[in-house]
Design a protein around this ligand. Structure first.
Ligand SMILES: NC(=O)c1ccc[n+]([C@@H]2O[C@H](COP(=O)([O-])OP(=O)(O)OC[C@H]3O[C@@H](n4cnc5c(N)ncnc54)[C@H](O)[C@@H]3O)[C@@H](O)[C@H]2O)c1
Length: 458
């Protein structure tokens, strides 16, 4: 039986590998896999620093009201310049659960949608300004493109896309329709990340040379829990895909600190990964050696490590592991010519002339206070009381709405969204070629040097 399973697994992996290579418009070139960039259509321009007309009350449609979506609905109840207009989920009980939250806040009920294709109708509704997407990954890009093509702004959970084709479809739709498309990368809004972004931008760390980020989070129990993720989508993704499936939490904050597509750009990556061990070991122990969970194929290696080199000669290291028994870790390391910061396993800062040692706790605290990000000064206390991963989720929503209310460019633009998400297909490609370097497309198509830093407009 085990022999048959192993043959099935090998055949399956070979099939996945050839399917991925067929899907990718890429070719081997001087030891690097180059990726074709589609030309920008005539008359279309980039959407860097896009400003749209201010919206006094942002009318929001929520699509996907599971673990993540219901929390977003709750947070939006604390944003008075919004109207929660639509609630959509294929599970009617989840729509009701969100309606109950509105009731608790004395907010009038939203329109309800429960059919699987209702998102198309919602995107076409004239009285919606923002489509907010918290479904599982397969619908992120299709809904984003549909919303943009209907003239809506769109905010989408991470990752916004899982293929390069989806990345380009999103860029084209955002540029053609001149609408905002933000990926909801909440980790950029965590308190330490914002303070250290401020430090980097003010030169405290000198020139940043190297940075690290990660998503290391033991999700084994939740992945096997048939009531947690809808249709067990997360386990299914792990069953069929290789590479870093969830790169954006680690990459987002360091990409902003390193001015990616704002004076520097990611040129290429290499990815290596372990084989798969953790899910099978866990399933054998929990469900038995001969259980379907233990015999199932999981394509996804436990730990993947990706190295990126930038145009300006800097490096970034990104890891992903959601199946090993170890403490939660997003890394967040910034290393510059004058100093070093790290968030995990404990927050620490080391500065010249004594960067051999971390600063004392008191020195660290006073530095974090001195460099508190202006956005945290503005909304940090409210964010802590509303919550959402300690407050960062509320800061993210607050900023999204603040920028839409005031006609400002968003903190995260469409290029951030696709650059960070493109690691999903690009790491798969590198892995399937034994860690070969893979080019990272310049999704701005030549405009990566137009800006010099990320600005969180106030
Ligand atoms: N940023 C973060 O910190 C963070 C944390 C957790 C999850 N996420 C992301 O949020 C997303 C959702 O994760 P989750 O844990 O809430 O998963 P979930 O399974 O609890 O929620 C997904 C929801 O989408 C609904 N859905 C599926 N198909 C639909 C359709 N056609 N129309 C309408 N609704 C549909 C499901 O019924 C389910 O309620 C994922 O993309 C995940 O990566 C982000």
């Amino acid at each position: 039986m085990n022999n048959i399973m192993s043959k099935v697994r090998k055949a399956f992996n070979a099939l996945m590998c050839s399917a991925l290579i067929t899907l990718c418009s890429c070719e081997h070139n001087n030891g690097i896999i180059s990726i074709k960039t589609p030309p920008r259509p005539n008359g279309q321009t980039d959407v860097l620093e896009l400003r749209c007309e201010p919206i006094d009350t942002v009318r929001v449609a929520f699509i996907g009201l599971g673990n993540r979506g219901v929390m977003a609905v709750d947070r939006f109840c604390y944003l008075p310049t919004t109207k929660i207009a639509v609630l959509c989920d294929v599970q009617p009980a989840y729509v009701q659960r969100s309606q109950d939250i509105l009731k608790e806040h004395n907010i009038s009920p939203a329109l309800e949608f429960t059919q699987k294709d209702d998102w198309r109708k919602i995107c076409a509704m004239p009285d919606i300004d923002l489509v907010y997407v918290c479904t599982d990954w397969v619908l992120h890009a299709p809904i984003a493109v549909e919303a943009l093509n209907n003239g809506k702004h769109v905010a989408v959970e991470v990752p916004i896309a899982t293929t390069l084709d989806e990345c380009w479809q999103i860029v084209e739709a955002a540029e053609r329709n001149r609408r905002h498309c933000m990926m909801l990368e909440n980790c950029n809004y965590d308190f330490f990340e914002l303070a250290t972004l401020n430090m980097a931008q003010k030169g405290l760390l000198g020139e940043l040379v190297h940075a690290e980020g990660a998503y290391i989070h033991d999700l084994r129990e939740l992945s096997f829990d048939s009531t947690y993720y809808w249709n067990m989508w997360r386990l299914k993704e792990n069953s069929i895909k290789k590479g870093n499936l969830y790169p954006t939490h680690g990459l987002g904050p360091i990409a902003h600190a390193m001015n990616i597509h704002r004076g520097d750009k990611m040129n290429y990556l290499v990815c290596v990964a372990t084989d798969q061990f953790g899910l099978t070991a866990y399933a054998k122990e929990k469900y038995g050696e001969q259980s379907s969970q233990a015999l199932q194929n999981y394509a996804h290696g436990d730990m993947s490590t990706t190295l990126i080199r930038t145009e300006k000669g800097k490096t970034m290291l990104i890891q992903h592991d959601v199946v090993s028994p170890r403490p939660y870790d997003r890394h967040h390391i910034l290393s510059g010519t004058k100093g070093f910061v790290q968030k995990y396993p404990i927050e620490g800062i080391a500065l010249e002339p004594n960067a051999h040692e971390f600063l004392s706790e008191n020195q660290l605290d006073s530095l974090l206070q001195e460099y508190e990000h202006p956005i945290v000064t503005e909304v940090g206390e409210q964010a802590k009381s509303v919550g959402g991963h300690g407050g960062m989720d509320f800061i993210m929503d607050y900023r999204l709405i603040y920028c839409l209310n005031n006609g400002l460019p968003l903190d995260q633009d469409v290029y951030d969204a696709v650059e960070w998400s493109s690691l999903v297909p690009l790491t798969q490609l590198s892995l399937l070629h034994n860690g070969m370097p893979v080019e990272i497309p310049d999704f701005t198509r030549g405009a990566w040097n137009k800006l010099s830093t990320v600005t969180y407009y106030q």
